[in-house]
Write a protein that binds this ligand. Sequence first.
Ligand code: ATP
Ligand code: MG
Length: 251
Amino acid sequence: MPKKIEIKNLDLFYGQFQALKSVNMAVDGNNIVGLIGPSGCGKSTLLRSINRMNDLIEGVKIRGQVLLEGIDIYSSKLEIYELRKRIGMVFQRPNPFPLSVYDNVSFGLRVEKFKDKKKTAAIVEKSLKAAWLWDELKDKLHKSALSLPLYQQQRLCIARLLAVEPEVILMDEPCSALDPIATMKIEELMLDLKKDYHIVIVTHNMQQASRVSDVCGYMLLGEMVEFGRTADIFTNPKDKRTQDYITGRYG
Ligand SMILES: Nc1ncnc2c1ncn2[C@@H]1O[C@H](COP(=O)(O)OP(=O)(O)OP(=O)(O)O)[C@@H](O)[C@H]1O
Ligand SMILES: [Mg+2]
């Protein structure tokens, strides 16, 4: 069986600047993968390359491979629309559409011209439940999503992804706009979702990486310095640079 995601010798250039240097990593099993490293080391760039979000940036050049179940996502065998459905993304700032809660969650279904109203309602309910929002929002389905507090907006964005049944969820510092209580809730939600989804999370917060991830990668200046079990990275890192970072000796 090919791995869910396998990244092989990935180089990425923004013009002349090389932001990723021969990066290798894999996402497989019921694992949450954490990506850590100092600001500017390429975490977001790497995450975006997994669902081709960098394609939108001018002057980007990519070498190497990102394989989704063995298929190169940069080849013509995979439509970008299909790819983004299979690999969804959550951003630092929640980005709900200026629509109602209901229309946000059902948005992906509308894009697919899914017409069955009863089934749509059932999927909206199921997705909100899966994002632990149903009880909070079941009486506010027609309220504007933008009027919700940020901690609900972020879970709403997660519900919107779940509605189209992705396989992989990419999260780029999903808690950076949230307070500690809302952060805990997202972390608990992630631990619940990992039963059914592959999750990759970029985080600045090492405690968060050690709490939620099973496998972790430490990046520095575009390189994947070390990639392995989170317990090993945090207690027994192989590379001196990883050790310096996790013990706070970096920079
Ligand atoms: N669109 C772009 N054009 C040119 N350079 C870019 C672009 N986006 C990122 N970079 C550069 O690529 C490098 C990696 O950036 P990236 O945003 O991936 O880092 P990061 O690890 O996510 O940082 P942070 O922790 O601050 O979010 C940085 O040097 C950054 O300046
Ligand atoms: Mg970033």
